[in-house]
Design a protein around this ligand. Sequence first.
Ligand SMILES: [Ca+2]
Ligand SMILES: [Ca+2]
Ligand SMILES: [Ca+2]
Ligand SMILES: [Ca+2]
Length: 366
Amino acid sequence: MRSMLRAAFLSLVAAPGLAQVTLPNGLVVPRDSVNGEIQLYSMFSTRGEAIDWVADARATPDVFSPLCSFSAELVLKQSGSSLGVGWYNVDDPSMIFEILPAGTPVGTTITGTSIRDDARYTGGLVGFALLRSPAHYSQASLNTVCNAGACAATPGPWILSVSYPSSVEDDAWYLAFEDGDTSSSSWNNDGDYNDYVFLFTGVACAGAGEPCEVPDGVGICRAGLQECGVGGALTCRPDNAARDERCDGQDEDCDGLVDEGEGLCGAAELCFAGVCVPPCFEGGCATGESCVEGVCIEDACVSMTCDAGLACRGGACVAPCAGVVCPNLPRGTLRRRVRGGHLRRGKRLRGWRVRRVVRVPRLRRR
Ligand SMILES: [Ca+2]
Ligand SMILES: [Ca+2]
Ligand SMILES: [Ca+2]
Ligand SMILES: [Ca+2]
C-alpha cells in the first residue's frame, strides 16, 4: 500500500500542465528526459517551490531589471559540460560579464556587488547567458536561428532557457538552460532544461515595482505596486491589507467609508475630519467659524453641502487631504467642536459623516 501511495504522490508532483514553450522544430519543452537525471519537477519539489515545471515554463521574461541587491546560485546541473554563467546589458549583448565561473559546484551562491551598482551596468534591462561558444542567451532572439530541416516550416531562434518566478522568494527567478550545440537545422539537446539551472535574486521583470491601482480596491487597499508573475505577467499587489478603522481620514477597512463605526475616539470626543475632537458649544468657535449643528465650521462653508468623500474648506468642496498630509490637517480646519442636540449618527455634515455623538450640558455665559 505504501508503495502505491508513493507512486500516486509522485505522479501528482510530476503531472504536466499545459505546455507553453514550443521550439522552432516543433518540440514542446521542457520535457522529461527519462535518463536518470534529476528533472526540474524534482528540483522544484525538493526546494519547496509551488511551481508547475511544464505549465509555468516560459521563454519570457528573458530580460530583467536589476534591483538593489543581487545573488546567483547554481541550483542544479545535470550535464557533463563545465560552463559558467554571466550577465550582459541588453543594449550590448557582445559583452558578457561572468557571475559564476565554469566548475562552480552546485549549491554555490554568490552575493557580491549588485549588477545595479556595477560600473559596467548601463542602466537598462539585463540578460543572462551560459558562457560557451556561441553563448546561450536568455534572450532567444540572440541565439542561433533554426530555419532548415525540422524548422523549415516554422523558422525561429532556439529557445535555450526557460524562466520561472520563485513561489517562495520575492524578486527571484529560476533560469533553466540547455547547454548543447545548436545549428540552423537541428540541436544537440534533449529538452529537459536541467543542464544548468540558476536562481537569480534581486531581479524583476520589466514593469515590476511601478505604482498601480488594485482593480476594485478601495481605501488603503487601492494603492499597490506591480508584481511579476509567470511569464512576466504583471499584477497589482496592494501596499496595505485591510485593518481596523481608525479616526484618521482614511478608509482602513476598505469598505468605501472613511472613519465609520463606533469607538474610534475617546468617550468624550467625536471623530471629525480625520481627528478626534471635543464637542463645541455656542460662541465657542474660533474667529471666522460658526457652531452649526454642534460643529465649528468655517463661515464660508456654512451653506455648502459636499458630496461623499469631499470636505468643505475655504468655501470649496475638496478632497479631505488636498494640500495637506493626512491626518495632520491644518489646525484651524480640525479644531471643530461638536455638540449633541440635532446631531445623529450617520448624518452627513459638510461632506463628513457623523460617527458618534456625545451629549454634554449646554454652557451658559456668566
Ligand atoms: Ca538537456
Ligand atoms: Ca540534462
Ligand atoms: Ca472604512
Ligand atoms: Ca480611518
